[in-house]
Design a protein around this ligand. Structure first.
Ligand SMILES: C[S@@+](CC[C@H](N)C(=O)[O-])C[C@H]1O[C@@H](n2cnc3c(N)ncnc32)[C@H](O)[C@@H]1O
Length: 275
């Protein structure tokens, strides 16, 4: 079972998700550690790119990792077994809207780069909140393509990003969802919602970020979408190539790149509290 997922499930996407998670681990996972014995639900674990960091930072937690895609789940399981053989992870292939767990089964919920693909992210957050015990926490991380600012600036590069935003919207998702996390979590009934931007900035003084983020995480998102963008009829092959080349130019000497992820934490209200 797969979902209509704009990035697809290719080898290349697997590598991209791994590069993304490894390059951004400190930035995104900083401050996220769960006590020994706590029950953590990771929804949309994909190929396990975040799961390995969850278990590295919380080796005593009991993680339940869920994804709707069986192949991704198999890869995730193999990677965690190879890199963290002692980790306590249970794997479930299931739809996050219809998970086979009783209410209040978990102490913590972790969701990273999943809501952006869902037509109903608010409903997902509501449904998942019921799986948290009263007082349990949610951590949600999403990007926002509107935050991409780079030098040299280029209308062709911006048009490429804009096409991706429109393609993701056409598939029912929202590549600009980072800016909406606070209202989404609040409307879904969470308390104590706190959102903090986690900014990536890359220039030649940070070659690891240039390579790991600009070249191997951000630009590949767009490279694989050329055919879909052409099929939309609002770009030409030449303009698309120029846009991709201009994005790569930002990773060269003298180029700079900025992108903001949004990391939210929130609490499932104590039982009895009206909402
Ligand atoms: C961009 S990937 C992110 C994977 C991982 N969280 C990460 O950060 O690398 C999104 C994942 O969400 C999964 N997904 C999308 N809709 C889902 C649903 N309704 N139920 C469960 N998983 C879903 C997809 O199969 C995919 O593996």
């Amino acid at each position: 079972m797969t979902v209509d997922y704009v990035h697809g499930y290719s080898e290349r996407e697997t590598r991209r998700l791994r590069d993304q998670a490894d390059t951004l681990a400190a930035l995104l996972h900083g401050g996220t550690a769960y006590p020994d014995g706590s029950r953590v639900l990771e929804v949309g674990c994909g190929v396990g790119a975040q799961t390995v960091h969850l278990v590295a930072n919380s080796p005593g937690a009991r993680v339940t990792a869920v994804d709707v895609d069986g192949d991704s789940l198999a890869r995730a399981r193999a990677r965690v077994a190879a890199e963290h053989p002692g980790a306590m992870v249970e794997w479930h292939r299931a739809d996050l809207y219809d998970l086979p767990f009783p209410e209040a089964s978990f102490d913590h919920l972790f969701v990273c780069f999943v809501l952006e693909h869902l037509p109903e992210p608010g409903r997902a957050l509501s449904v998942l909140r019921r799986l948290l015990r009263p007082g349990g926490t949610a951590t949600v991380i999403e990007g926002d393509h509107g935050s991409a600012v780079f030098h040299p600036d280029s209308p062709h590069a911006r048009a490429v990003i804009d096409h991706q935003i429109r393609l993701q919207a056409a598939a029912g998702g929202d590549a600009l969802i980072g800016r909406r996390l606070q209202p989404l979590l609040t409307a879904a009934g969470y308390d104590d919602v706190t959102v903090r931007p986690r900014t990536v900035y890359a220039d030649r003084t940070r070659p690891g970020m240039v390579d790991g983020f600009t070249r191997h995480t951000f630009i590949p998102v767009f490279e694989s979408l050329g055919d879909d963008a052409l099929a939309m009829g609002s770009t030409t092959e030449e303009d698309w190539r120029r846009g991709i080349a201009d994005l790569y130019r930002t990773a060269e000497d003298g180029g700079t790149f900025h992108y903001t992820f949004f990391k939210a934490t929130a609490v499932n209200p104590p039982s009895g509290k009206p909402r």
